[in-house]
Design a protein around this ligand. Sequence first.
Ligand code: SF4
Length: 377
Amino acid sequence: MNLGSISQGLPVISPENDPWDPIRSLREYGRHRLTSVEMTVTNLCNMRCEHCAVGDSLVLREPEQIPLDLMLKRLDEVEHLQTISITGGEPSFRLKTVEEKIVPLLKYAKERGIRSQINSNLTLDYGRYEKLLPYLDVMHISFNYTNVHDFHEVCFARSGHPVSLEAAAKMYDAMIDNACRLSQDGMFISAESMINYRTHEKLPEIHRLILDMGCKRHEVHPMYAADFAEGLPVLSLDDMRTAIHHLLDHRDPEVWMLFGTLPFFACSSNREDREIVARLRSEQKVTVRNDPDGRNRVNVNMFTGDVFVTDFAAIPSFGNIAGQKLDEIFERWLSEHPLSGTVNCFCDAANCCGPNLLVADMYYKDTDFKSRKAMTI
Ligand code: SF4
């Protein structure tokens, strides 16, 4: 049984209650606070997607991890911790990692009364995901396909050797079977689609397949131009806007759709940008999550103890948990790091606390967000 949704009297995760959104702690404490810790538990993966934002970190063999007790101690010290996320690579790639790292971390979260998420491709055997059922709140998967051919083309693009359609089909079927079965068993699966040059005209069809698998939430983000995705074509803002309108026109309004890291802001001088922001705010069961990276969250590499602002590692590490507390490392990021200040704006009425660093770099290189203010349409 999945206990996530009834976890210790915590409010249900819903469009009204998204504990990962940094604007909650900003409102509560009047400033950004560390409430979320993401841990990279592996750099192994059975796929090599063309868009992989951590692609450059993927390896074929990996070293020993830092002691779990140290990680748990550092989590314990985070005063306002509300969520943890576990990421990779494919976190469940090795059963040992599932049993010796992931399950204890999830148990810790459950006992402390905080929420948990894991990012997985769900293509391995059901048994390793079933082990997470009693503890996990959100199973996050990527889903950018309308059929197995899309999957084959996208997910092995960087393999360095040919992968047969048959081998890809086995994994595609496993992912769908696992998602259906876990959903039936009560797991909250949130499927994320990227808006990019491949998907932007197919999003409604992708949405329908996600619902067919029983997923409780559809997340939609623009593709980050990070790591493997760096050389891929960048979608124009016009195409992205059109894709979002099209998806909103055709989605199931009964299912939660969460947008994140969008490049559209209420402070834009472009009326079409302000209109799409307004539409997103007025749609039933649609939410726009502010970006957690560096606002309420840090990433810890479980092999080195290094602390990053995102798992993409585009910005070098700015601390290590071997000798420092996470709250202290985060405070230093906020107060001393030159990048932290660049996008640190807040418009209460627009429910916005600034752009994601990579999105700002991709589309708004010369824009000073801190001198802007949200406007009405
Ligand atoms: S918080 Fe920043 S990005 Fe958001 S609307 Fe205001 S000025 Fe624009």
